[in-house]
Design a protein around this ligand. Structure first.
Ligand SMILES: [Zn+2]
Ligand SMILES: [Zn+2]
Length: 272
């Protein structure tokens, strides 16, 4: 058995996807998934650039809700359709993000770090003038800052997202190299009753390991972490459910017996 719930994907309601929701749903059905969760981007105060005009990653929640309900009406008998959001966390946005989180009946909220102290590591300027290790360290430290001030989320997204974009990517990167930061992050999440996700987007993008890497997943389990969702982070239909056989192998190797689906923000555990 493979993992059959893809709890992280985007459609045309996200600034960086043009895919109609229907196409993502069809892809989920064709891959035999039991559930998919739309987790559209909502990044308030995302840095403005020529590619990202003001409001580029801000979600029109009302339009999104209407379209989602239409899809559920149409497809709901065939696949579990879940209504989610991927909130871009920054400490100063804690109140505004909490307000948005409470304004809709979400099934699941992913809290993600895309912007670290005003910069997205997606852009090379985040790494300029310092070592890769310093940049990674700043990114992981900012995750801790978010967890301390924000609670309206269910899982923290792609914990080591920064590794996708480092000049040497996975080289020199391991759980051990950032042990004290990862242990602090994982412990804080477990204490708050929050989970993490295994995000296969990195594998689709050519990394050897998912987000986060295997040692971090194993450590989360060792520390008592149980809430673990799996998501492709697909922005196009071809990536829906991508690398889910590999995800199951990884989860088993890291000591997990279950993966998690959220409905109305309550975890449901599904045996692997
Ligand atoms: Zn993300
Ligand atoms: Zn995403």
């Amino acid at each position: 058995m493979t993992v059959r719930a893809d709890l992280h994907m985007h459609s045309s309601f996200s600034g960086d996807s043009d895919t109609p929701m229907d196409e993502m749903i069809r892809a989920g059905l064709s891959r035999g998934l039991t559930h998919i969760c739309f987790t559209e981007h909502m990044d308030l105060d995302y840095p403005v650039s020529s590619e990202t005009p003001p409001g580029f990653f801000e979600l029109d929640g009302d339009a999104y809700r209407r379209a989602f309900l239409g899809c559920r009406e149409h497809w709901g008998e065939h696949i579990g359709l879940l209504f989610g959001v991927e909130l871009g966390l920054q400490p100063h946005l804690a109140q505004a993000n909490a307000r948005f989180a409470r304004s809709y009946e979400f099934d699941m909220i992913i809290g993600s770090s895309h912007v670290c102290h005003g910069k997205d590591p997606y852009y090379p300027s985040f790494f300029e003038g310092r070592s890769q290790e310093e940049a990674y360290r700043e990114y992981f430290t900012s995750i801790l800052e978010n967890i301390r001030v924000f609670s309206e989320f269910d899982v923290y997204g792609h914990l080591d997202y920064v590794v996708r974009y480092g000049p040497r990517r996975e080289q020199g990167y391991s759980y051990a190299a950032y042990r004290e930061l990862f242990d602090a992050i994982l412990t804080a999440l477990i204490q708050k009753g929050k989970g993490i996700e295994l995000n296969t987007g990195g594998l689709s993008g050519g990394l050897r390991e998912p987000h986060p890497c295997l040692e971090v997943l194993r450590r989360y389990r060792e520390l008592g972490g149980e809430i673990l969702t799996v998501g492709s982070d697909a922005h196009t239909p071809d990536r829906v459910g991508g690398f889910f056989d590999r995800a199951r192998e990884i989860l088993e190797a890291c000591g997990f017996r279950y993966y998690t689906v959220f409905e109305k923000r309550k975890p449901i555990f599904i045996p692997l």
